[in-house]
Design a protein around this ligand. Sequence first.
Ligand code: PGA
Length: 254
Amino acid sequence: MIRVRRTIVAGNWKMNMDHVEGAALAGDIAAGLEGREPSCEIVLIPPFTTLLSVMSAIEGSGIAAGAQNLWYEEKGAFTGEISAGMIFSLGCRYVLVGHSERRHVIGEGSDILFRKLRAALSGGLSPIYCVGETLDERESGSAAEVVTEQIGEVLTGLSSEEMERTRIAYEPVWAIGTGRTATPGDAGSMHEVIRGVISKIFGAEAAEETPILYGGSVKPGNAAELLAMKDIDGALVGGASLDAGSFLGIVFPA
Ligand code: PGA
């Protein structure tokens, strides 16, 4: 099968790895790539304070870097926040928006995520917009409806150029950090739903071109079968991205 979309394997380090540990991990991942041709784009997403040391460790390796969060204003009296411009000026091109921990632990809703997504795009970044249902929503049969709403309420109104820079990550909340992964069939059918929603809003071509990553307990042992699904264009990896060997085992699935 020829994919029009390039696969992306992104490591979301969450609140792990200080700048010394992060440089070592990024260096080990870059060393593990030497002499090998990954078929995917690789993105490391460390905490803000670790970004610069990661970026110098991956220089020249072809690995890209991303940030985990941003604030939607350009600058000003927003103590503790970081703007898209600050992230862009580091040479960083990706940013997560709407990660389940931001939605459910920090309490960010669609209004704030809408603004963050637009701020990321106007700041020149490629947002990885994360969506996913909770266990209750899955068990009550409303998973597809919830995910459809999360996509529509934040992405509607983007220009086609902005949509081209946007990536989606489907991460069922019940699969994040739990060791419980969606089956390739369940994940694949939700990816199909998502592509259908994008097609309705932006047209079939945009839907075909948008990378949709799966996240939630991805590890070397399950990556190959998930990535083999036709609508799964990569992985957003949490726990297994904190070890060079297991992250590389996902980049180069057996
Ligand atoms: P996990 O996290 O791989 O540890 O489940 C995924 C994520 O939260 O992006």
